[in-house]
Design a binder for this molecule. Structure first.
Ligand SMILES: NC(=O)CC[C@H](N)C(=O)O
Length: 232
């Protein structure tokens, strides 16, 4: 499985994502600069966290105009896997690849802390290695993670089981329905505020993020392209 880690001016979790791929699934992984115009060889695209364009205007609002985002849209349409983490989630929202929007944390403070998530849907390519309802420890680090959508969108997210992670116990940012991560309708694009790439080894405080990477690899191996190329 070929993995791309996108890099925008101001990304700062790109190296963590790259290392997490190496550490968990040992698949070929490359950094891809935001001006790239061809992502066709990649099976999984990681949109990492950070402060793209200094968070000016709104987090992700400028990065969404980077040339590579048109390629991410094409990849998503082709059914490739796209995982946006934190600023990556914000960029996917700003791009319209996922529904809803981000507001500043209700505390108006940047929060960096371990959080407990409930796996609200383990029937996705990204969460199949978790148990339904499992509680996992994944850290957050954001100032603008207060996910918002209108009632109609929320009803649709609930009906289609697009809410994949919810904060369990304390909600750190005030997000609607305790949402921590959602997918698109098709389930091949996932955005989440917590950082699974920072939780891939007990040395980091938790290894609960590891199964997101193993899940996608297993899902990809189940696709026609994955079955044909896996093990090469
Ligand atoms: N870790 C991150 O990706 C942070 C995202 C964004 N800069 C925020 O503060 O909300």
């Amino acid at each position: 499985m070929n993995v791309a880690v996108l890099v925008f001016p101001g990304s700062n979790c790109d190296i963590d994502c790259y290392k997490a791929v190496e550490h968990t699934i040992r698949q070929p992984v490359e950094y891809v600069w935001h001006q790239a115009t061809d992502l066709s060889k990649f099976d999984l695209i990681l949109v990492p966290g950070g402060f793209s364009y200094g968070d000016y205007l709104r987090c992700g609002a400028i990065a969404r105009f980077s040339p590579v985002m048109e390629e991410v849209r094409k990849a998503a349409e082709a059914g490739k896997y796209v995982l946006g983490i934190c600023n990556g989630f914000q960029i996917l929202l700003e791009s319209g690849l996922l529904p809803g929007a981000m507001r500043r944390n209700n505390s108006l403070k940047f929060k960096c802390a371990p959080t407990t998530l409930e796996v609200a849907n383990n029937d996705t390519a990204f969460t199949r290695d978790y148990a339904a309802g499992e509680k996992i420890q994944i850290p957050i680090a954001h100032g603008e993670g207060n996910y918002y959508c209108d009632d109609e969108t929320l009803a649709r997210l609930e009906a289609n089981r697009q809410i994949v992670f919810r904060y369990s116990g304390e909600n750190p940012n005030g997000s609607v329905a305790d949402i921590a991560g959602i997918t698109n309708e098709r389930g091949n694009v996932l955005g989440m505020m917590p950082h699974p790439e920072r939780a891939v080894d007990t040395l980091l405080g938790s290894s609960d993020g590891k199964r997101m990477f193993t899940s996608v690899l297993t899902a990809w191996r189940g696709t026609a392209h994955g079955a044909a190329t896996a093990g090469r």
